[in-house]
Ligand binder design. Structure first.
Ligand SMILES: [Zn+2]
Length: 375
């Protein structure tokens, strides 16, 4: 029901080309998964997502557990049916959200007790077994184990304790599986300690998961450290399983992480920034509210084939945005996701052609010439 095929690899912790084969379709990797936390990729319909190139989307089990409740979704035929998306779905367990959003939390060996940010602060208890059960109840294609994600910086002792707990929870998650057909990915933690990351990755690889997520990154550490840690982790993971870098990143991040052998990504940036009036282009960022676009007849990006760029000027988009028209959010989201999917397609093509290094140089050069390299 779930299989990863490695079609090409340039070495250990190096660019790869692959395929995720699921019951709901085949997805070419490296792949970007748009974020649909609450069972919707904000402002777009599943048909629109398909049309611009989405193959797999991400939802969040923690948020759906709190609202509307997994039982409700199960009773309505599962998550795919509920949200009318028939392609593969990966759900994040919500480990990160519990640690970042909950008003109160206490972690024990058993699991985590927390007060949610919704429902008037009611107390909840989740353990690794329950979290697998919730994702099976949703009927998703790829499930993620519950993990503990320390912040940055954190004392080494704390990072080691969280990594150890995450490893034991991964073992319990594996034993808790009841349903055929949903793949299970473990989350490799270990802070910014390359040796601990390697140990964790090797221990988890020995347990035989369907794939491996890299968690606890982009939590405030410098970018160089992020990619050193990614490289140390991917080098210790099995070549024949997919690697998923959680919650990162900018277009620049995606190119760098593909260079380190990452296969799967998710990030709120293209959708969230669209709603904040920011468009991604190959020359850098366009902040559409800026007065300079007030009379600009050009599309967001000249050679972009998206619906927005084929039909609307920057001047019109700026007008919609400053008037707070809903269409502005939709059109910018369409463009940004199209941009991300096109970037991934170009990356795959470069890996396939053996021209990744040249692609990476040109990509960086374009951004320097565009005068905007920051997110
Ligand atoms: Zn466009």
């Amino acid at each position: 029901m779930f299989e990863f095929r490695l079609l090409k690899s340039e070495g250990v912790a190096a660019p790869r080309l692959g395929e995720l084969r699921t019951a709901r379709g085949v997805v070419a990797t490296p792949v970007f998964m748009p974020v649909g936390t609450y069972a919707t990729v904000k402002t777009l319909t599943p048909e629109e997502l398909r049309e611009i190139g989405a193959g797999i989307i991400l939802c969040n089990a923690y948020h759906l557990y709190l609202r509307p409740g997994v039982e409700t979704i199960t009773a309505l035929g599962g998550l795919h049916r509920f949200m009318h998306w028939d392609g593969p779905i990966l759900t994040d367990s919500g480990g990160y959200q519990i640690f970042s959003l909950a008003q109160f939390r206490r972690i024990t060996e058993e699991g985590v007790i927390f007060q949610s940010h919704l429902d008037g602060g009611a107390r909840h208890f989740l353990d690794p077994e329950t979290v697998v059960g919730l994702q099976e109840g949703l009927g998703v294609d790829i499930m993620i184990c519950l993990d503990e994600c320390p912040g940055y910086p954190a004392p080494e002792e704390e990072v080691r304790r969280a990594a150890g707990l995450t490893l034991r929870w991964a073992g319990r998650s594996l034993a808790a599986r009841r349903r055929e057909g949903s793949a299970l990915f473990a989350v490799v933690q270990g802070g910014m300690l390359p040796e601990l990351r390697r140990e964790q990755a090797q221990a988890m690889a020995g347990m035989g998961f369907d794939g491996y997520a890299l968690g606890g990154l982009s939590v405030g550490e410098p970018k160089e450290l992020t990619f050193e840690t990614v490289a140390a982790t991917t080098a210790a993971l099995p070549q024949d399983k997919p690697r998923y870098l959680m919650g990162l990143g900018t277009p620049e991040d995606l190119v760098e992480a593909v260079a380190q052998g990452v296969d799967m990504f998710d990030c709120v940036l293209p959708t969230r920034n669209a709603r904040n009036g920011m468009a991604f282009t190959s020359a850098g960022r366009v902040v559409i509210k800026n007065a300079v676009y007030g009379q600009d007849p050009r599309p967001l990006e000249e050679d972009c084939g998206c619906y927005t760029c084929r039909n609307y000027s920057r001047a019109y988009l700026r007008h919609l945005y400053v008037s707070r028209e809903i269409l502005a959010f939709r059109l910018l989201t369409l463009h940004n996701l199209y941009y991300y999917f096109r970037l991934m397609a170009n990356l795959r093509q470069a890996v396939a052609a053996g021209t990744f290094a040249a692609f990476r140089r040109e990509f960086q050069q374009n951004r320097i010439e565009g005068g905007n390299t920051r997110g």
